[in-house]
Structures are given as structure tokens and as C-alpha cells.
Ligand binder design. Structure first.
Ligand code: AMP
Length: 575
């Protein structure tokens, strides 16, 4: 049995490291001591979740309840806990400090294994209905009564959804491989298994029972996959240079849905893998009518504006659903789902098939009005590609997606299987998707909203670090400012995110959760930003402005530093 105190000691070690290699080493020693019955729980804990997002299990513990539990376990009044919290800015640290000066010790304490703590978390999550908050506080207090101060630090951070160990999924996969084989040789099959089922706890458990089993993972209905993502190029010519003859699809600015069906049962997942079926009953009903028994496919959902004969963009599609109610909106603004990929059909895993073969199946299976294939044409030259791009933009779409005809379905961003070409916004060259890591208070006219802008970072997957690329102070609508201020206020932290490299001060740090799209005029070198840092200089966006919020995007799907560096090179070559 792995003691939770041992896990907590390792978490504290990890917090002191920043390199991925070091983290992998420390984590693999912990995995070596973990048995097959508890590995899934430990993995979820490190990911900061109780279960994959589509399970919909939410701990639902707010600060107020955590404060009540800390007060009752430490013997200090709630007011004192709050006072200390204001000073430290981290309730986990406050719990640790107060429990080390406990006013009362529990009569008897239980030695807590990782499984014990995890089971208690599940009880906390599942407590619902009337009086549920009291039950949650009771379970949390029991955990804290049994906890040493260091354990309390991580228990409290975890229940608040603020574990922030800064360990990315690739590092966890590396560490499992190192723990078992002594090197990273098993990383690839582990990663493939994770890609096809998106549940790292489940993969780890299967692996511990039989390491060979991960070589034989297949997609199945109701186990969503990690979605494939698009790389970018800046011109039709560079796409053709990379892919040669390729499939070019219209790029719809809608809501991506991964659709699963087995018999009459249907489930839809967002790109963050949250369950979306209640939001799209009209799409669910259409999928139920499909003539196959089991299927997994992907498409982009968009509402049609009958008056203008045009599609509403993503934000309006979602806004209409919220404002008019789902049923009404379904009638008034009917949805279309443009199907662009198929991953599984009646027992056959199609993720290894070429795009050409998958696309043929999409065209064969989807012929309806609501579920229709995305528009696609095979092109050979950059002229043909440019023509399709111009057509897309003039009909109000975002741009095009070029797809490698021979490529299998590749989860995440990889090997340029899909390449996007988007229209530029006004004068700007391009846009990036970044994550907000901090924010500024308003000054002057803005003071009224108490919001002055955000510090935005991109991701460096090689280093497992977030790197800053822009301070964004314009482009927000008043609604967005209010939404951002309120959203960010809830996730503000005293210290910068653990996996952030940053040379700039902010008024408040936040957990890296809000993804925003930022347009800019050009990329410049800057000693202040850390994106793709080289010889003391990073890359920064010039005249950055917010174009939209991207609540559908996960923090690990944002633009990478490598992409920014490539855009910089292209820009330099042009001038
Ligand atoms: P972006 O969000 O700009 O990185 O572009 C990738 C997204 O475009 C995908 O996640 C899909 O939601 C969306 N998309 C729209 N049309 C297509 C298409 N034809 N093929 C693939 N993805 C598409």
C-alpha cells in the first residue's frame, strides 16, 4: 500500500523542480512503489482530477467549505484561517501551517493510503442534495484530522482544483515507462493507448496488470479519444510543399463534437471531452437514426441563420442556445453538423486507416441535411488550394483545413496530418491561441471595470513549460471584460503557475485555464518575454489584441512556442 504521506513528500519534491527530466525521475520512483490497485487513483491525483472530464464528477468544494474544514481540524476559528489565507494566498499552505500548530489532536488517527484519500474524495464529490455541503465538510474534516501538515497542503489544493503540480501528461507517461522498463521505451505504446481512450488512470491500471496490453488498445464507444489537432502554415504554397496532393476541407467556425453511438445510446463530447448531449438534443436524435449499430465520428456543429442564409459563427451559435433555450433554439436556429472524420464503425477501429479511406466512409454514411459531410476537394497545386481558400473566406468561413491523404488519425498536434490556413483579421498577420497566466487592474477609464488586460502565454511541449508572449490590453468588449474579470478573480493565486517561465510582473497571477485568441501585427524579439527564448531574447506579439475567448479549447491545446518561432522565421524571410 502506498501511503499518502509518501505521495505528498514526492509532490513537494516535484514542486521544487522545473525540468521535465528531473520530474520524470522523481515521479518514476513513486510509481515503482505503487501497486496495480492504486496506480489509477495516484495518476488521477497527479492530474488534479478525480476522474476523466466526461464522467462529470465535480468535487464541488468552494473555499468557504474548505476553510470550515480546516478550522475544525486545526482548532483555530474560521476567522483566523481566513486571516492567514489572506496573508499566504494559498489555502493549502494555510492548512499546512495551521495543522502544524494544531490546537487539538485527534483522539486516534488512521494511516491513510492513496486509495483511502481517493475514496474520500469520491465521497465528497458524490454528496449531493440537501445538506450535501455539511457532508462534504465532514468528509474533508475527517481527512484533515488524519493528515500530517504536508498531506493537508495537497488535500486542500486538490479539493479546490488547485493542485498545480506542473506535471504534464507526457511526463506522467514517461515516468510510468521509466518505472517499469528503466527507460522511455514504453512511452510510445502508452501514449497511443492514452490517445485512443483519454483516460490515463485506466491506461495505467491496464498497464500495471499486463504491460503488453497497452499495445493492443482499441477505440470503443463511450471512451472518447484525444482529438486530432491542426498545425498551421501561412500560405497555400507552403501547404502544398509539405503535403503535395492533399484533401482540402472547408474550415467551419463551429463547435467540435465527437459523437459516439451504440444501439440507441448516443453521447457527444466537446474537444475538452466534456459530455455535451444535453446541449444538442437535435443532433443526438439525428445520430440515433443512423443505420449502423456502433460508430464514432467527428464533426463541427453550426447554427444556420435562415434570414441571412449564412451560418452563425461559434460564439453566436452557443449564445443563441443559452439565450433562447435549447429546444426553442433548435427550431429557430437549426443546427448542421459537418462531419469531417470517422474513427470507428461496427467493431472496426478506423484510426489506423488513411484519411483517404476514412473520408470515403464519411461520404458513404452521411448524406442527410443535418449530418452532412464537410465540403472537401482534392487539390494538386497551390493555385487550386488558394482558390478554395478564397471561396471559403468569401462565403464567411474561417479558412480551410488541408489533410494528408495517407495519414492515419493522429491525436494531438502531430506530423502535419492536418494543416489550417485561416483568414487574417484586418491588418494582422495571424492569430495565436494562448492561455491567460495573470491580469492587470484597470487604470484611468478602465478603472470602472477594474480590469486592465491579461498576460498571455503559449506552450513549449519539449520543455513542458508555459512561456509568455504578450500583454494584451485591447480588443475586449465590455461583456468580455466583465466575464474575464469575474472568471479570473475566482482562480487568482499568490504565486505564478509552477510551469510558467516569466520575467514580467502582473497585478494577479491566475491558474492557467482561460484560453483566448489574440491577433497581432507582427512578431518581434523582446528581452521581456520568454517564448522560444534564445540568447536572452524571447519572442513577443506586436500590437496584440484579443479577438475572442476560446472556452472550448483546453489549456494544453494552445499554440506552441515552436509555432510562434516558425511564424517569426516566415515573417523574417518575407521581409
Ligand atoms: P483551431 O481551433 O483554429 O486550431 O482549428 C482546429 C479546429 O477547427 C478543430 O478542432 C475543429 O473544431 C475545427 N474544424 C472546422 N472545420 C474542420 C474540418 N473540416 N476538419 C477538421 N477540423 C475542423
Amino acid at each position: 500500500m502506498l501511503l499518502f504521506s509518501d505521495a505528498a513528500a514526492v509532490f513537494s519534491e516535484i514542486e521544487k523542480r522545473s525540468g521535465r527530466l528531473e520530474m520524470t525521475d522523481v515521479l518514476s520512483t513513486l510509481f515503482k512503489r505503487t501497486d496495480g490497485k492504486e496506480i489509477d487513483k495516484l495518476v488521477y491525483f497527479i492530474q488534479g482530477i478525480v476522474a476523466p472530464p466526461y464522467e462529470g464528477i465535480d468535487l464541488g468544494v468552494g473555499e468557504r467549505f474548505a476553510i470550515a474544514a480546516i478550522a475544525s481540524a486545526s482548532g483555530y476559528p474560521a476567522g483566523e484561517v481566513e486571516r492567514q489565507y489572506k496573508k499566504s494566498g494559498d489555502l493549502g499552505d494555510t492548512a499546512e501551517a495551521l495543522l502544524s500548530k494544531r490546537k487539538q489532536t485527534a483522539l486516534s488517527t488512521t494511516e491513510m493510503g492513496v486509495t483511502y484519500v481517493y475514496d474520500a474524495m469520491i465521497k465528497i464529490a458524490k454528496a449531493g442534495g440537501q445538506g450535501s455541503q455539511d457532508v462534504k465538510i465532514k468528509h474533508l474534516t475527517e481527512l484533515l484530522n488524519n493528515a500530517a501538515p504536508l498531506e493537508a497542503r495537497y488535500i486542500v489544493r486538490f479539493v479546490l482544483g488547485r493542485l498545480r503540480l506542473g506535471v504534464g501528461d507526457p511526463t506522467i507517461l514517461d515516468a510510468i515507462s521509466v518505472a517499469h522498463a528503466g527507460d522511455k521505451s514504453l512511452r510510445e505504446p502508452l501514449e497511443r493507448a492514452y490517445n485512443v481512450c483519454a483516460d490515463m488512470g485506466y491506461v495505467a491500471k491496464k498497464f500495471y496488470a499486463d504491460p503488453e496490453s497497452v499495445r493492443d488498445f482499441h477505440v470503443e464507444p463511450f471512451r472518447p479519444l484525444i482529438p486530432a489537432l491542426a498545425e498551421r502554415e501561412d500560405s497555400p504554397g507552403s501547404i502544398i510543399k509539405r503535403l503535395g496532393r492533399c484533401g482540402v476541407e472547408m474550415k467551419y467556425d463551429g463547435f467540435r463534437l465527437q459523437c459516439h453511438k451504440k444501439g440507441k445510446e448516443v453521447e457527444l463530447y466537446s474537444r475538452k471531452l466534456e459530455r455535451m448531449s444535453p446541449m444538442f438534443p437535435d443532433v443526438v436524435a439525428e445520430i440515433r437514426k443512423l443505420k449502423c449499430d456502433e460508430i464514432i465520428f467527428e464533426g463541427e456543429a453550426l447554427a444556420f441563420d435562415k434570414k441571412k442564409g449564412r451560418y452563425f459563427p461559434f460564439q453566436q451559435t452557443m449564445h443563441r442556445r443559452r439565450k433562447h433555450g435549447i429546444d426553442e433554439a433548435s427550431k429557430e436556429f437549426p443546427l448542421n453538423l459537418f462531419v469531417f472524420d470517422i474513427l470507428y464503425l461496427d467493431g472496426a477501429d478506423m484510426t489506423g486507416d488513411s484519411y483517404r479511406a476514412r473520408r470515403a466512409a464519411v461520404q458513404r454514411l452521411f448524406r442527410g441535411n443535418v449530418l452532412a459531410p464537410s465540403q472537401m476537394k482534392i487539390v494538386r497545386t497551390s493555385r487550386e488550394l488558394k482558390k478554395l481558400f478564397d471561396d471559403a473566406v468569401s462565403s464567411g468561413l474561417e479558412g480551410i483545413m488541408a489533410k494528408d491523404l495517407d495519414s492515419p488519425y493522429t491525436a494531438g498536434k502531430r506530423k502535419f496530418a492536418w494543416i489550417k490556413l485561416k483568414k487574417s483579421y484586418g491588418k494582422s498577420v495571424d492569430t495565436i491561441d494562448g492561455v491567460v497566466v495573470g491580469y492587470y487592474l484597470g487604470r484611468g477609464a478602465r478603472a470602472e471595470f477594474e480590469f486592465g488586460g491579461v498576460l498571455v502565454a503559449v506552450y513549449n511541449p519539449g520543455r513542458g513549460r508555459l512561456e509568455t508572449v504578450a500583454k494584451v490590453a485591447t480588443g475586449f468588449t465590455e461583456d468580455e471584460m466583465v466575464e474575464l474579470r469575474e472568471g479570473l478573480e475566482k482562480i487568482k493565486t499568490k504565486a505564478p503557475p509552477l510551469n510558467l517561465d516569466c520575467k514580467i510582473e502582473v497585478d494577479y497571477w491566475v491558474e492557467p485555464k482561460f484560453v483566448v485568441e489574440v491577433a497581432f501585427d507582427e512578431i518581434t524579439e523582446s528581452p521581456n518575454h520568454t517564448c522560444a527564448m534564445h540568447d536572452g531574447k524571447g519572442l513577443a506579439l506586436r500590437f496584440p489584441r484579443m479577438t475572442k475567448m476560446r472556452p472550448d479549447k483546453a489549456e494544453n491545446e494552445i499554440t506552441t512556442s515552436g509555432e510562434v518561432a516558425r511564424m517569426f522565421e516566415i515573417q523574417r524571410a518575407r521581409s
